[in-house]
Unconditional design. Structure first.
Length: 347
């Protein structure tokens, strides 16, 4: 068999394989158990191995590199138009192989084990933050039913609920007092676990040169820097900074018809977690940075005068993402004086 492109539909227990020759004809079909996939890949002559960028795809991609294959990971969104007639595992594998043959297709870079570990660290932290928020909201709801209102915000809640529990004159039943006390203890444990993740991420950022350079960008802290490196590595997968900001969903969606283009809200595509971190960081540049004489601060202040705060925030996040790409790809430190806006070229 002279397989040019091998498409793999990855499943939890079984995988479907479809091989195409140079003309695009299907010359190979096979279904194997997931634990035998490496054995089958090692027996096939080197070729392009295409997969959707899903669970376990990066692990298979690294194995393909070891045995001489060329892994190509793609977004499932790009594969869907090539699925013919009814959707089956065999049809999906064929569609994956056909998608990989397109010359204009965008591919996902195979992540290293270190990147996946760092990404898992962020996801664990985010899950605990969601659990903490749910816990606080539930406790506030319980107290609201008893006529006790607590201000929004984690820190306000923690201060108020301890004062409430220490006050014996508060009209609350013993059972509810016990439940709120138990929820407060759970909240303290969550804070300790999240704090441990924060400290670990900060330590990793200080020990990695690329992440350390990223933290020199205004609005980019250890969380954003480490999450960005975990997601895109050295940034070589993007030809320019604009491509990265578009992948993060920080650019306007364009609706064009009849030669007329209309720009609407941001596309919100790509990595939701990273986009949130960049937007939160942009808000710090807009409101919390005291030195407003830097070129970046002057640029965003002029933008705030022409548009509302939310538009300026997204524009600042877009700018930060493009600067971060340049810092990663060019392997240089951030220099505000070198920005085009410093010489008046950007308004």
């Amino acid at each position: 068999m002279d397989i040019s492109i091998l498409g793999i539909d990855l499943g939890k227990n079984s995988c479907s394989l479809a091989g195409l020759d140079e003309r695009g004809a299907v010359i190979y079909r096979k279904r194997v158990q997931r634990h035998r996939l490496h054995e089958v890949l090692a027996s096939i002559p080197p070729c392009i191995v295409a997969m959707e960028a899903c669970g376990g795809a990066h692990h298979v991609g690294r194995f393909c590199l070891e045995v001489g294959h060329q892994p190509r990971l793609m977004s499932p969104l790009y594969v869907r138009p090539y699925v013919k007639v009814h959707k089956t595992d065999d049809r999906d594998a064929e569609a994956i192989a056909e998608t990989a043959s397109r010359p204009t297709m965008s591919f996902v870079t195979v992540k290293s084990a270190e990147q996946l570990d760092l990404q898992a660290l962020h996801r664990m932290r985010e899950r605990l933050i969601h659990a903490r928020t749910a816990l606080i909201n539930q406790a506030r709801g319980f107290l609201m039913e008893r006529g006790i209102r607590i201000a929004q915000g984690r820190h306000s809640f923690q201060r108020s609920v301890r004062t409430l529990l220490d006050d014996p004159d508060i009209d609350i039943s013993p059972r509810m007092r016990t439940l709120i006390s138990d929820m407060t203890d759970e909240l303290d444990k969550l804070n300790v676990r999240i704090g441990a993740f924060d400290a670990e991420i900060k330590e990793l950022t200080q020990s990695d040169p690329a992440m350390k350079r990223l933290t020199e960008i205004p609005g980019v802290g250890p969380m954003t820097a480490s999450a960005l490196v975990a997601a895109i590595g050295d940034g070589q997968a993007f030809a320019k900074g604009r491509d990265l900001s578009a992948w993060l969903g920080l650019v306007p969606r364009q609706i064009s018809t009849g030669g007329k283009a209309k720009l609407v809200g941001i596309s919100k595509r790509g990595n939701t977690y990273l986009r949130k971190l960049f937007i939160h960081g942009a808000r710090t540049v807009l409101h919390l940075i005291k030195d407003r004489t830097t070129p970046l601060a002057l640029w965003v202040d002029r933008l705030k005068q022409r548009s509302n705060s939310n538009v300026a925030t997204v524009a600042m996040a877009n700018k930060m993402a493009r600067i971060a790409w340049a810092v990663l790809v060019k392997n240089e430190r951030f220099n505000q004086a070198a920005l085009p806006m410093a010489s008046g070229l950007m308004r």
